[in-house]
Design a protein around this ligand. Structure first.
Ligand code: UT7
Length: 331
C-alpha cells in the first residue's frame, strides 16, 4: 500500500536517549568466541550502549520523549497522544506506552503500543499521519524505544554482538507549509516470521521452566536469511516511496536506512545509486537498536546541522514480521 497526501504531517521536535554503559567489541571478545575484526567486517559495529540492570524500555522512552517535547518548544500538556513503537515492552500488558504516559505525567493523553519490529517507527509515522490528518488528534509524541540487551542470549555469538539499546522520539503535527511527510510505502509478510523471533513468554509458549531451559525468552535470528530479505525489501520500499512522492533517486539529500548491518546499508545506498556521503550511518557507535535506529539517525543528522530546509530525506527499514517500509520526507 502506498500513500501520498496533499496535506502532510511534520516533525516539530526530536530527542534521543542512549544508556550510559558502552560495551565494545573488545569487551565481547572476553565473553564469547568472537573478534573485533569479525564483528567490524561483518556488521560495521564497534560498540553499543547497554541499559543498567534496572533500566527499562519505558525509562529510555521517557527520556527521549521529554527531550523531543522540549526541542519542539512545547510542554507535556501540549501532546495529545503517546504512541510507542517497540518489540521489547516493559510488560506484555499494560502497554509500554501507558508506563511512558505515567512517567511523563501525560494523564490527558491516550497511549498505546505499536509492534512492527525494526520498522515500527515508520509504521508509527504512517499511523500518526492518518490520525492527525483526519483531525482525530492534533499532536502525537511518537517514540521508538528498544531494550534488546535484556532479551539477548549473551552466550550466543550469532546474535549478542549485533544489538544495542536506545530510544528516540518525535513530536508530530499537521504541517502548515511545504515541509513534512511526502509519501509512504509499507508492507508485511507474516510467512517469514520465524526467521527473526522471540518465541517464549507469549501465549504460544507461556513462560515455564522448560521455556527458560530452552532459551525461548531470547531473541533468535537466522542472520543470513534475514540479510537477503532486508537488502531486497529496503531497496524496493525506498524506490516505491520515491515514485509516489514524484522524486527521482538523484534528488535525495539523505538516506536514513535502518542500522542493522553496514553491508545492508551500503547495498541499499548502491541500489539507489547514492554517493556514500548521502547514506547515513552510525551503526559503529550503537549497533542495531531495532526501532530506535531511524529516529536516532534523524535526530543526529538534525543536530549536526545537515538537514537544511527543503532537504529531501528517505527513511527505510526492515524488521521482524517481516515488516518493511519507507517514507519520503521534506525537511
Ligand atoms: O534488524 C532486523 C534485521 N536484521 C538484520 O537485518 C540482520 C541481518 N543479518 C546480518 O546482519 C548478518 O547475517 C550477520 C552479521 C548476522 C552475520 O553475517 P553473515 O555474513 O551472514 O555470517 P553467517 O551468519 O553466514 O556466519 C558466517 C560464519 C559462521 O561460521 P561458519 O559456519 O562459516 O564456520 C558463524 O558461525 O561466522 C560465524 N560467526 C561468528 N564468528 C565470530 C557468527 N557469529 C560470529 C561472531 N564471531 N560473533
Amino acid at each position: 500500500m502506498e500513500t501520498k497526501r496533499a496535506e502532510r504531517i511534520k516533525i516539530m521536535g526530536t530527542g534521543m536517549y542512549v544508556p550510559e554503559k558502552i560495551l565494545t567489541n573488545k569487551d565481547l571478545e572476553k565473553m564469547v568466541d568472537t573478534s573485533d575484526e569479525w564483528i567490524t567486517t561483518r556488521s560495521g559495529i564497534k560498540e553499543r550502549h547497554i541499559t543498567a540492570p534496572d533500566e527499562t524500555t519505558a525509562d529510555m522512552a521517557i527520556m527521549a520523549g521529554q527531550r523531543a517535547i522540549k526541542d519542539a518548544g512545547l510542554a507535556v500538556k501540549d501532546v495529545d497522544m503517546v504512541l510507542v513503537a517497540t518489540s521489547t515492552p516493559d510488560t506484555i500488558f499494560p502497554s509500554t506506552a501507558t508506563w511512558v504516559q505515567k512517567g511523563l505525567k501525560a494523564d490527558h493523553a491516550p497511549a498505546f503500543d505499536l509492534s512492527a519490529g525494526c520498522t515500527g517507527f515508520l509504521y508509527g509515522m504512517i499511523v500518526a499521519e492518518g490520525l492527525i490528518l483526519t483531525g482525530t488528534v492534533r499532536r502525537i509524541l511518537l517514540i521508538g524505544t528498544e531494550c534488546l540487551s535484556k532479551v539477548t542470549n549473551w552466550k550466543d555469538r550469532n546474535t549478542c554482538v549485533l544489538f544495542g539499546d536506545g530510544a528516540a522520539a518525535a513530536v508530530l503535527e499537521k504541517s502548515e507549509d511545504e515541509s513534512g511527510m511526502l509519501s509512504s510505502y509499507w508492507k508485511a509478510d507474516g510467512n517469514l516470521g520465524e526467521l527473526l523471533i522471540l518465541p517464549g513468554g507469549g501465549v504460544r509458549h507461556p513462560a515455564s521452566h522448560q521455556t527458560v531451559d530452552e532459551g525461548l525468552h531470547y531473541l533468535q535470528m537466522k542472520g543470513n536469511e534475514v540479510f537477503k530479505h532486508a537488502v531486497k525489501r529496503m531497496g524496493e520500499a525506498a524506490l516505491m516511496a520515491l515514485k509516489k512522492a514524484g522524486i527521482k533517486k538523484e534528488g535525495i539529500d539523505y538516506l536514513i536506512p535502518h542500522q542493522a548491518n553496514i553491508r545492508i546499508i551500503q547495498a541499499t545506498g548502491r541500489r539507489l545509486k547514492l554517493p556514500e556521503e548521502k547514506v547515513f550511518s552510525n551503526i559503529h557507535k550503537y549497533g542495531n537498536m531495532s526501532v530506535a535506529t531511524i529516529p536516532i539517525g534523524l535526530h543526529e543528522l538534525k543536530e549536526e546541522g545537515k538537514l537544511k530546509k527543503g532537504s529531501d530525506i528517505v527513511m527505510v527499514a526492515f524488521g521482524a514480521g517481516f515488516t518493511w517500509a519507507a517514507i519520503v520526507y521534506k525537511w
